[in-house]
Ligand binder design. Structure first.
Ligand code: XMP
Length: 315
């Protein structure tokens, strides 16, 4: 792919197609950030970038993102909708329901923002695997990735999707070309931690998963910095299972949840292999997890399944 040409074409197309004002949901990921920058180059202040804190973000993510966006010259707004998302998701266990509810709420928050800004267009960072796996090209629907599946037909905004035909490695190439610091960040699903807490969502389980995920990220990134890992995995995170098991904390019996550590290698998320993480690093993760999270986590396991037959996320 000729990155320079792609950028020039998409900026020109945005300038041509987008009449009036546009709005984009920034997730902090590379896809939406690249899309925002491309469109911003074409229409400047006529683009409003909105970051919605759903309450399902990783630890420290909102702070990180708001400081990153303040360095980009974007017309940006941060909306804290975490309480209202949580209210609607508490008790929900079905993965597709989680996605639908989150998608629907997302759109509602947007519509409010779009209306107050007077937007006519919705810019989205949809990439090829999002729509292919949401039923665009595959016969069997695998998952409705929320930025596609949750989008109601009746939405009045016109869509503009500058990176729709690209795969992740290509979006990253564009990001590097644009000098974007998120270029090397691991992908994070739109529904966030909600689809990494298996079983019914509760505030406590989301908090527990947030802490567990932070430990996986911290230990893997540390191992990479110390040269114990030659490369960072494509994605590395935790999944909180609604499976309890017996443990011992001091001399006392504990009965806590199970955390799965998932780390995969991939180039485009369409297929993936589990990462060969040295046992010493897995042990560090396990020790940190059980030390820091006390009796709430009594079991840490490693997922050794490839995609296919599994998927990267557990839901
Ligand atoms: P799976 O789990 O289908 O994931 O192998 C492929 C890639 O997509 C991400 N993913 C999502 N991204 N909304 C998103 O925006 C979603 O609902 C969603 N589900 C999975 C996943 O993290 C991986 O990078």
């Amino acid at each position: 792919m000729d990155v320079e040409r792609f950028v020039a074409e998409q900026v020109a197309k945005a300038g041509n197609d987008i009449k009036g004002r546009a709005i984009i949901a920034l997730s902090g990921g590379v896809d939406s950030t690249v899309s925002a920058i491309l469109v911003n180059r074409a229409i400047g202040e006529r683009l409003l970038a909105v970051y919605v804190d759903t309450g399902f973000m990783r630890k420290g993510e909102t702070e990180k993102i708001s400081s990153m966006f303040s360095r980009l010259d974007l017309n940006c707004r941060i909306v804290d909708a975490s309480e209202s998302f949580l209210r609607e998701l508490v008790g929900v266990s079905d993965p597709e329901t989680k996605r639908t509810v989150i998608g629907r709420k997302f759109i509602k928050v947007f519509e409010e923002q779009a209306e107050s800004f007077g937007a006519d267009f919705l810019v989205q960072g949809t990439i090829a695997p999002d729509w292919i796996e949401s039923g665009g090209a595959l016969r069997d629907r695998i998952k409705s990735h929320h930025n596609v599946g949750g989008l109601p037909e009746q939405m009045k905004l016109k869509l503009f999707e500058p990176v729709r035909d690209l795969y992740k490695d290509e979006v990253r190439a564009v990001a590097r070309h644009l000098g974007v610091e998120v270029a090397e960040r691991q992908p994070f699903p739109g529904p966030g931690l909600a689809i990494r807490v298996l079983g019914p969502i509760t505030r406590e389980r989301i908090e527990l998963e947030r802490e567990a995920c932070a430990i996986v990220e911290e230990q893997i990134e540390r191992a990479y910095t110390e040269g114990k890992l030659s490369a960072l995995p494509w994605q590395y995170f935790s999944v909180l299972l609604p499976v309890r098991s017996v443990g011992v904390q001091g001399d006392v019996r504990a009965y806590g949840d199970t955390v799965v550590v998932r780390a995969v290698k991939s180039v485009d998320a369409m297929t993936a292999r589990f990462s060969d993480i040295p046992h010493e690093i897995l042990e560090d993760i396990s020790t940190k997890m059980t030390n820091r999270l006390g009796s709430r986590i009594t079991r840490v396991v490693y997922d050794v399944t490839n995609k296919p037959p599994a998927t990267i996320e557990w839901e």
